[in-house]
Design a protein around this ligand. Structure first.
Ligand code: URA
Length: 242
């Protein structure tokens, strides 16, 4: 790994602004390979040098992978002038890595959203060629029938004339307000809502519960997030490599 300035590495790892971290270096609180760092502009190799702040070893990592249980009312963007974004609601310790959402959930959609600063994985997961499955749970205004299941299996024509790939529709409850799960292999704008519109029904609640090999961690409350484990990151890579 290329060497980087000590103050930059410390700031990137969340030890404060450049100004703050310069102060802690000057105060003699930072060691590099056991030797007190005198100069905040010294170059270090953050992956191989042992950097300690106040005796605490700095765990350097380049990439961060986060699972968020997205609440309604926040938008799937990194920044916005009007609305709160999915990045705004992450803890600072994740934000400093500047993660971006992998795809979009509508403002009123809840559930599983992955955020990462690993541009390659982000790109692969969204690539239309990879057909990463996404499973949604929804409440539908209207009686969902076996006929809808068959139509979704064939692919339905959306309002702009696009014919979707086959989707797997599972009816959990068929009533005035129905409950369903739907697995789709692409991600057109408002796809689930528009698929139901094409059969004359309206999605009134939508939550993503799976993306590729990952299931929404049910222990995450709405708005909560956690880092993916190494195994989960591997599962994601395996799901997109061909
Ligand atoms: N389909 C939708 O209609 N909205 C979403 O947020 C995700 C899929």
């Amino acid at each position: 790994m290329a060497k980087e300035r000590l103050d930059k590495v410390l700031a990137n790892m969340g030890y404060g602004s450049r100004k703050d971290v310069r102060k802690i270096v000057k105060a003699g609180e930072v060691t590099v390979n056991g030797i007190v760092a005198k100069d905040f502009s010294m170059h270090v190799d953050p992956e191989n040098d042992v950097i300690e702040v106040d005796g605490e070893v700095l765990e350097y990592k380049k990439y961060i992978y986060v699972m968020l249980n997205k609440p309604q009312g926040v938008i799937s963007a990194t920044e916005d002038d009007y609305d709160e974004t999915v990045v705004d609601i992450l803890p600072d310790e994740y934000k400093i890595f500047r993660p971006a959402p992998v795809g979009r959930l509508d403002k009123d959609t809840e559930g599983l959203l992955i955020l990462t600063n690993d541009g390659e994985l982000n790109h692969l997961l969204l690539s239309p060629k990879r057909h990463v499955p996404k499973r949604y749970y929804a409440k539908i205004d209207g009686i969902v029938t076996q006929d809808d299941v068959e139509k979704f299996k064939e692919g339905v024509v959306l309002d702009d004339g696009y014919k979707t790939m086959p989707g797997e529709l599972f009816i959990l409850k068929s009533d005035e307000i129905s409950e369903i799960e739907l697995v789709i292999y692409e991600g057109k704008f408002h796809q689930v809502k528009r698929m139901f519109e094409s059969v004359g029904k309206k999605v009134i609640y939508l939550k993503r519960i799976e993306m590729g090999p990952l299931k929404l961690d049910e222990s995450l409350e709405l708005g909560e997030s956690r880092e993916l484990t190494k195994e989960e990151v591997e599962l994601l890579y395996n799901a997109v490599k061909k």
